[in-house]
Design a binder for this molecule. Structure first.
Ligand SMILES: *[C@@H]1O[C@H](CO)[C@@H](O)[C@H](O)[C@H]1NC(C)=O
Ligand SMILES: *[C@@H]1O[C@H](CO)[C@@H](O)[C@H](O)[C@H]1NC(C)=O
Ligand SMILES: *[C@@H]1O[C@H](CO)[C@@H](O)[C@H](O)[C@H]1NC(C)=O
Ligand SMILES: *[C@@H]1O[C@H](CO)[C@@H](O)[C@H](O)[C@H]1NC(C)=O
Ligand SMILES: *[C@@H]1O[C@H](CO)[C@@H](O)[C@H](O)[C@H]1NC(C)=O
Ligand SMILES: *[C@@H]1O[C@H](CO)[C@@H](O)[C@H](O)[C@H]1NC(C)=O
Ligand SMILES: *[C@@H]1O[C@H](CO)[C@@H](O)[C@H](O)[C@H]1NC(C)=O
Ligand SMILES: *[C@@H]1O[C@H](CO)[C@@H](O)[C@H](O)[C@H]1NC(C)=O
Length: 506
């Protein structure tokens, strides 16, 4: 009697533990914000700068309140969401605040004068505290320096693109200086070293980075793979680039490839082609938004798994080359042709038939596709493409890409140019490649830049395949691989480094 009762108790206990794990979810929010931009490109007074930032924070505060009312524990707002992006080093200065290291244990809402003039931090902290919600925002940090530091810029200060996180009591709990600045961000400095910023909450371990960071190893991959965060907070000001780098497409793929939640808040500006935010999980989007027609912002709220790695259906590890290295080779080299996706020269092969198997190779990468179209339009051409090489003009970083994509027109020379709509649905696709990396991000994009939640899967042998055909016409199916170890040194950072060494020798 006793042993079996113990067994029953153990079983009940195990069930309770499982249920506790299974119910370990939280509600999160992201806000896509149509940033109110400064009216002038000239330098303004600190008071005028604050007035503009307050107009943006009025809108963000509305979103924070609404998110809190819907039960959200945390809300992410976009990069440049409080003052925009059209600045020089000089003209952004009045918008900056000195942001202390969170170690100082500071609640700006209750102690606003402790670190000088910090009205933006005070207001963000009060938004968090008044609504009992974590608030993630992107603002500018300034750090004075002088000739005792050989790298100190001639104007006597560093300026950083910075994410801040305030907890539900308004305390500053994280500060992250963007490491991978995008090319025109000359208003900001590169931090000397990458920062790996994480913090624990009752609803999981969080990490934070910004926009262009997502394409590089440091800090993004380190946070997900080594520091094992559950959820990444991702303020961004992302310009959509078809066919592989629209915001929702790539950010959703990164969350799947890395096996983490990613809370992505984009700015909304259709002229700049900025739209696309979402709450992405290891299984695909919980909720996303893409709208190139209107000028309004949008709040997204969804329930997520707090610790996806502990979930019983967490995706198994993938060997991205396993299937493709074992499959029969269907390559027909006499039928391939080169084509440009922006500046990258891909090797393409046209899918001439309604169904079939194709292989296309470039350098070390062979891509294999099995497919069946359900209603091929005569006015549409699809190709299978491969690319293995360095991408980028200033910063050069290594891509390995296998892609099935719709050409812009039936003229083969348009293959790789942006196409936003399609008419052909697929009854089946299965794409794989002989990747030389573990970092591969699976993308499926439908006509109208729409995602395909639940309609495809990644098998542990590296095949990206449809479950039961595509419910909408297909723009692209892509395996986007990154070979971080083959990236060239960053030219601007190495310039700084050489510059430093030279100065130190003098
Ligand atoms: C927070 O609440 C206080 C007191 O009710 C109020 O004065 C303040 O304006 C509120 N601030 C924000 C940002 O919600
Ligand atoms: C230079 O800056 C350092 C800290 O960055 C400070 O300790 C020092 O007093 C400054 N020196 C002068 C001459 O301002
Ligand atoms: C992935 O699969 C390939 C082919 O089956 C095999 O050679 C390779 O060792 C595997 N890689 C890992 C990391 O298991
Ligand atoms: C397939 O064939 C092409 C050329 O015929 C060759 O370059 C490539 O290495 C082969 N790929 C595989 C996976 O065997
Ligand atoms: C390419 O080669 C294959 C096999 O040798 C042949 O069947 C096909 O007709 C050739 N295609 C062209 C366009 O020459
Ligand atoms: C293409 O490959 C699939 C397996 O992925 C196989 O079932 C099918 O028979 C192949 N088709 C041809 C025409 O070889
Ligand atoms: C294929 O089906 C889709 C959706 O059902 C439709 O929009 C499209 O026009 C069809 N294409 C052709 C070529 O009939
Ligand atoms: C699979 O797709 C077909 C055609 O779109 C549809 O009729 C069928 O209901 C789908 N089956 C499942 C299990 O979703």
């Amino acid at each position: 009697m006793v042993p079996s009762q113990t067994l029953v108790c153990a079983a009940v206990l195990a069930l309770a533990v499982l249920q506790a794990l299974a119910s370990d979810t939280f509600i999160a929010a992201v806000y896509e914000h149509a940033v109110i931009l400064p009216r002038t490109i000239h330098k303004v007074s600190p008071a005028d700068a604050l007035a503009l930032m307050n107009r943006n924070m009025d809108v963000l505060e509305g979103a924070v309140k609404e998110a809190a009312q819907q039960g959200a524990r945390i809300i992410v707002t976009p990069e440049d969401g409080i003052y925009g992006w059209v600045f020089t080093r000089e003209t952004i200065y009045p918008y900056l605040e000195d942001i202390p290291d969170p170690e100082v244990n500071w609640i700006p809402c209750t102690d606003p004068t402790r670190f000088g003039r910090t009205p933006v931090q005070e207001r963000l902290s009060c938004m968090a505290r008044n609504n009992s919600i974590y608030v993630v925002a992107n603002i500018g940090d300034k750090k004075p320096c002088n000739s005792s530091d050989p790298n100190c810029p001639s104007d006597g200060r560093y300026q950083y693109n910075t994410d801040v996180v305030f907890d539900s009591e308004g305390k500053l709990v994280a500060r992250y200086h963007k490491y991978n600045l995008f090319r025109q961000e000359t208003q900001f400095n590169y931090p000397k070293e990458p920062e790996f910023i994480t913090f624990e909450t009752p609803f999981g371990k969080f990490g934070v980075f910004t926009c262009f960071d997502i394409l590089f190893r440091e800090p993004a991959v380190v946070l997900a793979s080594e520091l094992q965060v559950d959820t990444v907070l991702f303020p961004t000001a992302w310009m959509n680039v078809l066919p592989f780098l629209t915001a929702v497409e790539f950010h959703s793929a990164w969350a799947m490839g890395m096996g983490v939640n990613l809370l992505s808040a984009n700015t909304h500006n259709t002229i700049m082609s900025m739209t696309g935010s979402g709450l992405f999980t290891p299984h695909g989007p919980a909720l996303y938004y893409y709208n190139s027609k209107t000028e309004e912002g949008r709040l997204l709220v969804a329930e997520l798994n707090a610790r996806p790695r502990l979930s019983p259906n967490y995706p198994a590890a993938v060997n991205w080359s396993s299937y493709a290295t074992s499959v029969k080779n269907y390559s027909r080299e006499n039928e391939t042709f080169p084509g440009a996706v922006r500046r990258d020269i891909f090797t393409f092969s046209e899918l001439k038939h309604k169904a079939g198997n194709h292989t296309v190779c470039q350098k070390d990468l062979c891509c294999h596709l099995a497919y069946r179209m359900s209603n091929k339009s005569k006015d549409e051409v699809y190709v299978l493409g491969a690319f293995d090489g360095l991408h980028g003009s200033v910063i050069k970083y290594h891509w390995q890409i296998c892609t099935l994509l719709k050409c812009k027109s039936t003229d083969l020379s348009t293959c790789g140019q942006p196409a936003e709509t399609a008419e052909t649905k697929f009854a089946m696709f299965s794409l794989s490649g002989t990747f030389g990396t573990n970092y591969v991000f699976p993308e499926v994009l439908y006509s109208g830049v729409q995602l395909a939640p639940g309609e495809f899967e990644v098998l542990s042998d590296g095949r990206l395949q449809s479950k039961n055909g595509t419910s909408k016409p297909l723009l692209t199916v892509t395996l986007f691989g990154r070979c971080y170890e083959k990236d060239l040194p960053h030219p601007l950072r190495s310039f700084l480094f050489l510059h430093n060494k030279k100065r130190k020798q003098l």
